[in-house]
Design a protein around this ligand. Structure first.
Ligand SMILES: NC(=O)c1ccc[n+]([C@@H]2O[C@H](COP(=O)([O-])OP(=O)(O)OC[C@H]3O[C@@H](n4cnc5c(N)ncnc54)[C@H](O)[C@@H]3O)[C@@H](O)[C@H]2O)c1
Ligand SMILES: [Zn+2]
Length: 364
């Protein structure tokens, strides 16, 4: 197991990454001075697979454990679900010092995190990510949120966990599409910060996609090593953390115009390619690097081009991109690439170039 520290003063916390860690969580919580009630929040898919091992370890360490289950899926990341969880917490006599453990993918992490941030103005939170996306991205950095109507992730809070435990053995049961989904963020981290990790992924992607757990452990570890310093420097996303949005301007817009039938990792993959092509047009990025990125995204089972869109959807896509990034004098803020491994922020991307890159070479 390795331990990484997110340094945020009073809000600092550890990320423990390894295999077979679930049963040790109780001991680690005791070491952090936590005791009393522990409430596991999980979804209907994850519960039968992993809740028992977590519960047993917590009970042995002296915690009084209860469990609240939510249905699986993004459509349940709502204020209504949060409301039901508050009621469940009250029914279980959860107090200010009671601990919420978010056992699941990013949906459970965001929802349970939001509930922990707001129940009694904040109770201790532990993130136990079970999907690749949650291990490499959503469990690190303290962002929590719910969706509301068409507003995705707009209601939320920055709320740091006391501990993150990424037990990569749990990835064995992850459906292949969800593995691909998480790989979008993995590739993003490599592309913005670490060319040698990108090379590592090129070499080992096939094995990783075949669920080689040792390899996935190395990938999760390396990802955390990239994301942790970025979020430590910039807890509330006012500066360098913006680089983590590489591929997300177009990605979010694609997700939205396809009514979220495009998964987040798929949207990010499409967005990463679009941003790379924009970088090439502006003569920052070499075409060889575009080919390398294209190849790796395909190996991860992710798309490199937009799905078929009608004219109205195309216009809507551009509107969303403009809206997301506040156009000034026809120019938009974008995260672009100088090289694989080196991203930067510019506010000089012309909306017409975005249009050209997204639609010009593609049949209508
Ligand atoms: N807070 C952040 O910084 C941040 C960052 C990125 C994404 N997100 C959010 O994360 C969410 C997406 O997360 P996700 O992709 O993990 O989706 P998810 O939580 O819906 O998980 C995907 C599916 O896999 C199942 N699953 C999870 N772990 C499993 C396992 N080990 N074995 C078998 N099945 C398993 C889940 O039940 C679900 O059906 C979105 O809501 C997104 O907004 C948040
Ligand atoms: Zn993302």
């Amino acid at each position: 197991m390795i331990k990484l520290r997110v340094e945020l003063g009073r809000n600092s916390y550890d990320i423990n990454i390894g295999q077979g860690l679930l049963s040790q969580v109780g001991v680690w919580l005791k070491e952090r001075g936590l005791s009393g009630k522990a409430v596991i929040i999980t979804d209907a898919n994850v519960r039968p697979l992993y809740a028992a091992a977590l519960e047993a370890g917590l009970a042995v360490a002296g915690f009084k454990v209860s469990l609240l289950e939510v249905p699986a899926g993004e459509e349940n990341k709502t204020l209504t679900a949060a409301g039901q969880l508050y009621e469940g917490l009250v029914e279980n006599y959860a107090e200010r010092t009671s601990i919420i453990l978010a056992l699941g993918g990013g949906v459970v992490g965001d929802l349970a995190g939001f509930v922990a941030a707001t129940y009694m103005r904040g109770v201790p939170l532990v993130q136990i990510p079970t999907s690749l996306l949650a291990m490499v991205d959503s469990s690190i950095g303290g962002k929590t949120a719910v969706d509301h109507g068409s507003l995705k992730n707009m209601i939320g809070a920055f709320y740091q966990p006391r501990l993150v435990v990424a037990d990569v053995a749990m990835l064995k049961t992850l459906p292949p599409v969800e593995l691909s989904n998480g790989m979008g963020e993995v590739i993003k981290h490599a592309v913005i910060r670490n060319r040698s990790f990108f090379g590592f992924l090129q070499k080992h992607m096939t094995k990783a996609m075949a669920l080689d757990i040792d390899l996935l452990e190395a990938i999760v570890r390396e990802n955390a090593r990239i994301k942790v310093p970025v979020v430590s420097l910039d807890e509330k996303e006012t500066g360098p953390r913006t680089l983590l949005n590489y591929g997300h301007t177009v990605g979010h817009a694609v997700e939205a115009v396809t009514d979220f039938r495009t998964r987040h990792g798929e949207g990010v993959a499409i967005g990463m390619m679009a941003a790379a092509r924009i970088s090439q047009h502006l003569r920052f990025l070499h075409s060889k690097d575009i080919a390398l990125l294209n190849g790796l995204i395909i190996q991860a089972g992710l798309p490199v081009d937009l799905p078929p869109l009608n004219d109205a959807q195309k216009e809507n896509l551009l509107e969303l991109i403009k809206h997301d990034k506040k156009v000034r004098n026809g120019k938009i803020r974008f995260v672009l690439l100088k090289n694989i491994g080196e991203a930067f922020i510019t506010d000089k991307v012309d909306i017409d170039l975005v249009r050209e890159v997204l639609f010009a070479s593609k049949p209508a």
